[in-house]
Ligand binder design. Structure first.
Ligand code: NAD
Ligand code: LMR
Length: 329
């Protein structure tokens, strides 16, 4: 996007739970900071009335940077000229439901939205998929938009990354701001591998500071990997405000860059790094700048890490095979 234009951010599922937090964070400058922008909000027809109420509240926020809001149920219209598309709308997982059950239900949504992005979005569009199963939804959208470079698509594992930082902060007593180089590998699911091998706490290796391998394996990893399910059990619905916050973090860092000396986690189409089959949308540690994500190269992986990453990537491959068999990619 050039400086002369007012950028446009599209948000899908805008009348949903995440949308209700996300839109106000964006409106307050959470992604584009001090730059004015327009919002395009996509919903299914039956939710447009509720969305009108959200728009009234956005207007009532009198946000100085919010230059205009359009709403609608046609992806082609809502994605026309968008620079950033946050694909949140999807069917959330309920109690006892497996993520794999969601593949088919969400496939139709992301084929249509991928095609619409390919036809209508601005040349510089960036797409972040939050709606689950996020990695495979991003893959479906990307494959249905062949004219958009594949690396413009990513799926959200920033929430897992933030959860990992929070657990280390709670364990060590360090401030969140003192924790860096945490990594999430693989799928945004219980199979993910939250990795502290390269993490730092106040500049020291996190594993040395923690000094408790059993806690890392039996507490930290399952707590982070199963946090989504724990929140569903506790709240009766999936995480919303934290997911919105992570979506803002991911978009802001993608556009403005990750902090020097640190990295973030993001699911991006693999270039074959770390043995992850090319094209699978898998989470990696990445640095970001100017709308691009770069997989952090040459990290050493232990045998344990290798097994965990392989298991999560195998799940992504299964999802790939399933959506491929359904003709969605
Ligand atoms: P929600 O049910 O409250 O809202 C989803 C909204 O999407 C609804 O308003 C629905 O009408 C809309 N929608 C459905 N199909 C649509 C379509 N084709 N086009 C536009 N909008 C459509 O759900 P939520 O709590 O806001 O969660 C949204 C998604 O985010 C879910 O898939 C959830 O599992 C996922 N999620 C992901 C993460 C992550 O870290 N990646 C975290 C939390 C939740
Ligand atoms: C989360 O991580 O909170 C969401 O993806 C919800 C889920 O289904 O786990």
């Amino acid at each position: 996007m050039t400086n002369a234009q007012i950028p446009t951010i599209a948000v899908t599922g805008a009348a949903g739970q995440i949308g209700y937090s996300l839109l106000f964070r964006i409106a307050a400058g959470g992604i584009l900071r001090h730059r004015p922008f327009r919002l395009r909000l996509l919903e299914v027809e039956p939710a447009l009335k509720a969305l009108e109420g959200v728009v009234m509240e956005l207007q009532d926020g009198a946000f100085p940077l919010l230059a205009g809001i359009d709403i609608g149920s046609d992806p082609r219209e809502m994605f026309d000229g968008v620079n950033l598309a946050l694909l949140v709308g999807a069917r959330p997982r309920g109690p006892g439901m497996e993520r794999a059950d969601l593949l088919q239900a969400n496939g139709a949504i992301f084929t249509a939205q991928g095609r619409a992005l390919g036809e209508a979005a601005a040349d510089d569009v960036r797409v972040i998929v939050t709606g689950n199963p996020a990695n495979t939804n991003a893959l479906i959208a990307q494959r249905n938009a062949p004219d958009i470079p594949a690396d413009r698509f990513s799926a959200l594992t920033r929430l897992d990354h933030n959860r990992a930082i929070a657990q280390v902060a709670l364990k060590t007593g360090a401030a969140v701001s003192e924790i860096s180089r945490v990594s999430i590998w693989g799928n945004h699911s219980a199979s993910q591998y939250p990795d502290l091998a390269h993490a730092l706490v106040d500049g020291r290796p996190a594993l040395e500071v923690i000094d408790d391998d059993a806690w890392v394996e039996h507490n930290f990893i399952p707590t982070v990997a199963q946090r989504g399910a724990a929140i569903i059990q506790a709240r009766g619905s999936s995480s919303a405000a934290s997911a919105a916050s992570a979506t803002v973090d991911a978009a802001r860092d993608l556009l403005h860059g990750s902090a020097p000396g640190d990295w973030v986690s993001m699911a991006v189409p693999s270039d074959g790094s770390y043995g992850v089959r090319e094209g699978l949308v898998s989470s990696f540690p990445v640095t970001t700048s100017d709308g691009n994500a770069y997989i952090v190269p040459d990290l050493e992986l232990s045998d344990f890490a290798r097994r965990r990453i392989d298991a999560s990537v195998a799940e992504l491959q299964d999802e790939y095979d399933a959506v491929s068999a359904l003709g969605l990619i």
